[in-house]
Design a protein around this ligand. Sequence first.
Ligand SMILES: *Cc1c(COP(=O)(O)O)cnc(C)c1O
Length: 434
Amino acid sequence: MSETEPTTTDAAELSRRPGRRRGRDDGKFGRYGGQYVPEALMPAIEELTDAYERYVLENEDGFMDEFRERLADFGGRPTPLQRAERLSERYDREVYLKREDLLHGGAHKLNNALGQVLLAKYMGKERIVAETGAGQHGTATAMAAAHLDVPCEIYMGERDINRQRPNVFRMKLNGAEVNPVTAGRGTLKEAISETMRDWATTVENTHYVIGSVVGPHPFPVMVRDFQAVISEEARAQSIEKTGDLPTDVVACAGGGSNTMGSFAAFVDDESVALHAIEAGGSTLEVDEEAGVAPNSASLFAGEEGVLHGARTKLLQDSDGQIMESHSVSSGLDYAGVGPELAYLVDEGRVTPVAVDDDDALEGFHRLSNTEGIIPALETAHAFGYLEEHAADLGERVVVTVSGRGDKDLDAAIEETDKRDVAGAPDMSMFTGGI
Ligand SMILES: *Cc1c(COP(=O)(O)O)cnc(C)c1O
């Protein structure tokens, strides 16, 4: 057993860990990060930075204790670290699953939404706004806001609203208002601009819940700290179950909150290799003329630029225009990535790998039919990676199951029907049309 620091999930002790303080002062990670926001938002950003330092880092008024208690009672934490028996046999090494799919709501997103809505209450804010693309962050925020009894408005592109009816209904069931955004193409990008506009005029009484480790400081470090519960638990559970740290941690990356949450407690453990799995889409080739990247691999294929208030790695054309991204999984379909993750990749601490739609779909079917767990299509990328690269990994691999696949069943039927997927069930029962 490797003698490392004492294992703890105690909030006050954790906030003193060196990893926790990274990026705390100015939100800079090497060249990345920062606060590229309009002047009108600076007071709100400063107020939020102050609240983050007091309540999250210093546990003022017992904020982190209440957060932990609500994550347990409302969220169902801790989530298990489960040994995957068939996958361990298949890959000839120990494979453990960190089961964020079992968190309330079916994905890791609640960790962050609950943390931010609770922080908003401590700050005396009376209203929550958020934006959502496919609707996953919107539903997590609406759930947290209902739980904490704070009025909540979600901005969502009109096109996305029509594509994601069950999620829109979920948000409304939880009492949130859903505001359709008709500008531009009616998707996430426009919804973000609209939410920013709202926040700029309502900062006095409103908090903007950002859904990943992106945006201006302090959002990337704050969201990381709320999601870090994943790796804090996994680290303690690994030592308890195997007597040692894992050799590898594997997690899928969209904006990067699942990856940063899965990696945070391991970053200072040099023996633990960290693998960020991005959506390789249909191909890594980019059509510059059309302004389209048929993937969402911003760590792998992106270049430095500024998006949504931070300098980071982005999918952009030679004029610096943000490209439209693509992935079979809507949750990974984002043209940027969190600044800390971009930095850890440049430093060589995190290895990025792109897994394409086909391999992700095979991963989706493999985990479903070997382990009895239907993963989210985002998560499935991590299992596509394992199939190709398990032989390069060490003896004990932890894979974060960031979410469950119930939300993706229609997409999975459609995508499976389009191609020849190893291990997929016979699709001919759908010949009446899907
Ligand atoms: C949203 C989502 C992701 C990707 O977002 P990150 O910010 O990169 O975590 C991954 N998995 C699931 C299940 C999601 O819902």
